[in-house]
Design a protein around this ligand. Sequence first.
Ligand SMILES: NC(=O)c1ccc[n+]([C@@H]2O[C@H](COP(=O)([O-])OP(=O)(O)OC[C@H]3O[C@@H](n4cnc5c(N)ncnc54)[C@H](O)[C@@H]3O)[C@@H](O)[C@H]2O)c1
Ligand SMILES: O=CCCC(=O)O
Length: 498
Amino acid sequence: MSHIVPKLNDPSLLKTNVAYVNGEWVKAQSGKTFEVTDPSSGKLIGTAPDFNAADTQRAIDAAAAAFPSFKTKTGRERSKLLRKWYDLMIENSEDLATLITWENGKPLADAKGEVAYAAGFFEWFSEEAPRVYGDTIPASVPGNRVITVKEPVGVCGLITPWNFPAAMITRKIGPALAAGCTVVAKAPGETPFTSLAIAELGHRAGIPKGVINIVTALDNTVEVGEILTTSPTIKKVSFTGSTGVGKLLMKQASSSLKKLSFELGGNAPFIVFDDADLDVAVNGAIACKFRSSGQTCVCANRIFVQSGIYDEFAQKFAAKVKDFKVGGGYTAGVTHGPLIHDRAVSKVEAHVRDAEKKGGKVIQGGQRLPELGANFFQPTVITGMTTDMQLANEETFGPVAGLFKFDTEEEVVKIANSADVGLAGYFFSRDLQRVYRVAEALEVGMVGVNTGLISDAASPFGGVKESGFGREGSKYGISEYQVIKMITYGGMGQPLQS
Ligand SMILES: NC(=O)c1ccc[n+]([C@@H]2O[C@H](COP(=O)([O-])OP(=O)(O)OC[C@H]3O[C@@H](n4cnc5c(N)ncnc54)[C@H](O)[C@@H]3O)[C@@H](O)[C@H]2O)c1
Ligand SMILES: O=CCCC(=O)O
């Protein structure tokens, strides 16, 4: 087992025992903290404050106090702040990547990719901030003149997961600030230090006090979630995480009818038709299934391969998986890191054992890797998958590729759409008519055609069905943080006075 304690170029970016409220670094009033550990080694990285409802209320009050002035800044002024924050993220990308690998486990090269992706949301929304337009509307009533303006919704509560410790929070804060909102963001308990380092860079960028507040919690997560979703001061909640927690938060937020965005779990179908370019499809499946060791919401979860190419696909795919190098994220040449914690490993293991019990054949991997550490699992390929298996019906969120055989387009689209969730879906084909037909038939919010990688700050990210609602990134992302105000001017249009 490797245990590397990384060094930061700027050690002041590692904020332990403090969270960020009203422009200051503060402890929990109770003094309570929780431990954050390196998923590769299980060793302590540091402790973070376990904020409770009263601590979080202070952050909400700070965001509320900052809102009236921040919302009246021009779009151009807010744009400059976001651009400066983006520049600082890029300047400090090595340290941010080091923190991501340390607390999340993903290999350093992937962590660097995440920093660029995460900073991209600040860049993108710095460009959207000055371009918020309303409408002029031809009224039905003579003499009336109607316009719309887009206003910031108010103080926002943001809750993000650990799998992209930087990108999930910038994808929310970027559009919120561009719109003129102020925020209280709850960082994930597993990976709080990346969020806090990003807050420090926001502080250096000159974001006014109270505009961004980052709270941390572990044991107190439920009470912090409760106040963020029930406080009448908070007008909008944006949550990324599991469907189960999303449903709970939606119920809580109904008491004050908040505006909501939910980016929830997926169970992505990945379909390879006989007419696909096989090598492109194999590479697409590798990238899509094993990104972050399978721990992304848009990872392929069910891989359907048409019967004519099933065996060849399985053999080529498994050969590539065999070449992966699993290990600690800082080790040169490592392609795949650990899972986030023991619960994640147990779920992966349960899905593999369940598939075996029901007739699946593990052709690659299939076991824990205790010699590397408690959270490592072999990248795994299973053939002979059937729809009664656990993996077919719930998100595995780990490095297990289950290959299902199918015969017809109609059959596979029906199975793909049988899931309760609908986040991303992928398929590979060179038949143009099929490409249009299947893209339109899949019940998901995002489709990758002949590609397994679809994430981009420029593209709308979000799902349908129980994967939630709302879109992040793109030209649509900012509207999640705005309300449209319609203004009717009566008695206009009289003749000119002579
Ligand atoms: N659709 C997307 O954009 C997207 C992106 C990333 C992850 N996800 C989903 O997230 C899940 C993996 O993340 P996870 O296991 O950490 O999810 P999770 O729902 O358990 O946790 C997500 C966040 O919510 C917090 N949380 C948990 N219970 C809470 C409560 N009662 N009140 C307030 N906050 C609470 C956690 O501390 C964490 O910060 C997967 O299902 C994945 O698909 C979705
Ligand atoms: O895990 C979900 C987010 C991943 C992404 O933005 O590509």
